[in-house]
Ligand binder design. Structure first.
Ligand SMILES: [Zn+2]
Length: 132
């Protein structure tokens, strides 16, 4: 048996795969939506602030993806992201000052820090250098 290189047809645009079933989406069936995503706190991408783009092959799978995204949203993760974002431009500020800048309450700050500590790979300090 010999290996052959895959045939590439440059005339065919690359098709998106459905993020629910993994199947390639046939022409004309592609559905695209912005869904909630608490891990997306990206100051460079305000268009997708707390959201991400998903692709689905039809109404059912899109509805399931939207519902899954809603269930996966974690407030504490979002608050921690806001804290990290505030930290990037405020290296000398304390955690409570950063929380105020990010419009987080003291309870939200605590919950965000606890969330970070519970993750598999917690940050030791925020992007601005504050230990957390
Ligand atoms: Zn699908």
């Amino acid at each position: 048996m010999s290996l052959t290189s895959p045939k590439v047809d440059f005339r065919t645009p690359r098709r998106k795969s459905c993020e629910r079933c993994g199947e390639q989406i046939p022409p004309g069936k592609l559905q695209t939506a912005l869904v909630l995503d608490s891990s997306r706190v990206d100051p460079a991408d305000f268009a997708r602030y707390g959201q991400r783009l998903v692709h689905a092959c039809g109404d059912d799978h899109m509805a399931q993806l939207v519902e899954q995204a809603r269930r996966d949203w974690v407030d504490e993760q979002w608050w921690f992201g806001l804290l990290c974002q505030a930290s990037r431009s405020a290296e000398r500020e304390s955690l409570s000052e950063l929380a105020r800048r990010a419009r987080l309450s003291a309870g939200q700050l605590d919950a965000a820090l606890e969330w970070n500590a519970r993750t598999a790979d917690p940050l030791d300090c925020l992007p601005g250098g504050q230990p957390c």
